[in-house]
Design a protein around this ligand. Structure first.
Ligand SMILES: [Zn+2]
Length: 417
């Protein structure tokens, strides 16, 4: 069987599979529109399943449409080592987001097959349903249900814009499977993904070794004053919510800078009521998004944000409410999986850096129930969720080799503690 450390994936075969998958739902601008549970999604799933069956894998589908392709090991009672991501895309999506993680997993299985490697544990590739959330809300439903974060019946009832339900569409495309959509023991789960940001490319590095996924807190900040005429009312007698909002926003940018390089503050939307050009608004509703990959620093940002809102609103004699509408905790990946990715990267000699993910991924939920790790590769100009999304074949090959060796490192019996 030879030395496993000399195994390498076939980068050309991986690229060819990516390009073949990209023909399904191909858009005029070179991207993909393969939204969850559409006919295109079904065709993409069918192609993946056909490829796995050619390899002799057992393919199963669970009740939320997650697909698992299993290559047997020497002892199939052992918990599997899994690679997974998603095949669905944004309406104007690219050829790599998600798809790469699935087809890199398939390329690992093809490599093991070609070299006739028998692993100890079974190796699996997972396709998680509706990661993007563009057709059915929320995002990451397949991994969310599987890991117990979301309720199956609730997400079955989720509707798209035309009123079609997720349960009905799963049924229609033939991917409402009989396997319970419930976590089972995994030895490890890995996801390789394009970075969807500019850092690796700017640093001219090939691999990102992920330690986790950024946490975030979403708030509706409401500031209340009095409406009055923009002309006759002297500035000093106004109760104008913007007089507090302006310093609050600049202080939030300072807050993000104080928690650099990973702190983030974003105001995605502001609504002024009544919303009239020559009237001081009586009420502002400001969407605030704070992020940090370190749980303690994110908590600290939360405290400082609340303090500065209180300070500025009291100074301006304004009423306020800070309504936290979502807290996605920081995800820290399993040290043994992070270590497996780092060692594989070093063994292969690829340039790399430690990073955290700024975006959510299926691994966020999988990490709740299984030891999980992630690998990033650069993408052109950091652009994703766009038809021009692009990545270099040699980087995709490198990430896939890291995936292969990280998975091999986790093969075997779990260590007894
Ligand atoms: Zn993705």
């Amino acid at each position: 069987m030879g030395d496993r450390s000399s195994l390498r994936v076939d980068g050309a075969r991986l690229w060819q599979s990516l390009m073949q998958m990209a023909q399904i739902g191909a858009t005029a601008k070179g991207g993909c529109n393969r939204q969850a549970l559409t006919d295109e999604d079904r065709a993409g799933r069918d192609l993946f399943v056909a490829w796995c069956e050619q390899l002799g894998c057992d393919v199963s589908v669970d009740a939320i449409g997650n697909i698992f392709a299993r290559r047997s090991g020497r002892d199939d009672s052992l918990p599997p080592v899994l690679a997974g991501s998603h095949l669905d895309t944004q309406p104007t999506g690219g050829k790599f987001d998600g798809v790469y993680g699935v087809l890199a997993g398939l390329e690992v299985l093809r490599t093991l097959d070609a070299a006739q490697v028998v692993t100890e544990a079974p190796f699996e590739v997972a396709v998680w349903t509706n990661e993007e959330g563009s057709r059915f809300n929320p995002a990451m439903i397949g991994s969310g249900v599987w890991s117990g974060v979301m309720d199956l019946d609730e997400v079955y009832a989720a509707t798209d814009k035309s009123g079609k339900t997720m349960g009905g569409e799963l049924e229609r495309i033939g991917y409402r499977g009989d396997l319970p959509a419930r976590a089972r023991p995994l030895r490890a789960a890995f996801e390789v993904h394009i970075e969807q940001g500019p850092i690796l490319e700017q640093q001219e590095l090939q691999i990102g070794v992920l330690s986790g996924i950024q946490g975030l807190r979403w708030y509706d900040l409401i500031i209340e004053g009095d409406a009055c005429h923009a002309g006759p009312t002297p500035m000093e007698s106004r109760r104008d919510p913007f007089m507090a909002a302006a310093p609050i926003m600049s202080d939030c940018y300072r807050l993000a800078a104080a928690h650099a390089p990973w702190g983030r503050a974003t105001f995605g939307d502001i609504r002024a009521e009544p919303g009239s050009r020559n009237t001081v608004p009586e009420r502002l509703v400001i969407n605030v998004d704070l992020r940090h990959p370190d749980a303690r620093q994110l908590d600290q940002m939360d405290r400082e944000f609340r303090e500065l809102v209180e300070r500025e609103c009291e100074r301006c004699r304004l009423g306020f409410e800070v309504n936290e509408i979502w807290h996605m905790p920081v995800t820290e990946f399993a040290p043994e999986c992070v270590q497996a990715v780092r060692q594989a990267t070093d063994m292969l000699g690829y340039s790399n850096m430690d990073m955290v993910s700024g975006a959510g991924h299926d691994s966020l939920y999988i990490a709740n129930v299984a030891p999980t790790g992630m690998i990033f590769v650069p993408c052109e100009n950091g652009i994703s969720h766009n038809e021009i999304e692009n990545a270099k074949s040699e980087d995709l090959e490198a990430g896939c080799n890291v995936l292969l060796h990280a998975m091999l490192a986790m093969d075997g019996r779990p260590q007894v503690q």
